[in-house]
Design a protein around this ligand. Sequence first.
Ligand code: PDD
Length: 287
Amino acid sequence: MPRTVYVNGEYLPEGEARVSVFDRGFLMADGVYEVTSVLDGRLIDYPGHAVRLARSLAELDMANPIGAEELAAVFRELVRLNRIDQGMIYLQITRGNPGDRSFVFPDPETTPCTVVAFTQNVPDLADAPAAKTGFRVISIPDLRWDRVDIKTTQLLYPSMGKMMARKAGCDDSWFVRDGTVTEGTSNNAYIVKGNRIITRALGTDVLHGITRASVLRFATEAQFEIEERPFTVAEAQGADEAFSTAASIFVMPVVEIDGVAVGSGKPGPVAVRLREIYIEEMRRAAA
Ligand code: PDD
């Protein structure tokens, strides 16, 4: 069954959906996106994604073409039409199609944004096999621009980072800037030392993860101490545990960094517990 996707107000079979060759998302990566996960056919952490989307758009001087409630209705309709029980919804909003290529932003009055959304079916999202073995990561220089707090579609370097990890026989890359870890290719990065969970503070050099916010809240409730500060690869290698978070992986244990086992070299108890808590709490709050 072909997927039904959403393009500018219409629900279309994926093979019939069209975006212009002049779309600024295509020509300039002039667009923002969000990935919202789905469990039991319901949206996970949706309000956070809606707030971050509005912020990304505002930072790029783009008008928000679709309100949070209307967008939630689109997401739910896509979940229904595509019979998604577990998976993700990808949303992209670009500065639209001005009918030609130019570095100058088009007038928003005459060039409406392009809004595209589609579902991705991931039947084992909650029960991901990778969570049982954990991610092996490599560290690579963070060559991204200085505003990665804006969730833009400029994902070439993160994509290259993923491929560098693959070539090294690993699962992901952690970016290093000025000697400390910023985040993973598409996730926030953490280490655990005793009762402390350490992750970089929010700034313009990391994405303000929606999963991060929820996981830190649950961790605080579970009596863990949170330390928001940079850490080095060496500190991570010597930590008790490490993990990554994102809407696509929830809480993913990290068991090896640059060939060095972290802790026991197996998913650690803190990461495993936080993953369980996150999934349980999110299932309860899903809407
Ligand atoms: N990525 N950091 C980066 C660079 C990311 O791309 C992501 C999400 C995160 C985690 O954010 P959140 O918890 O809100 O998903 C952190 C998505 C999942 C993606 O690009 O597929």
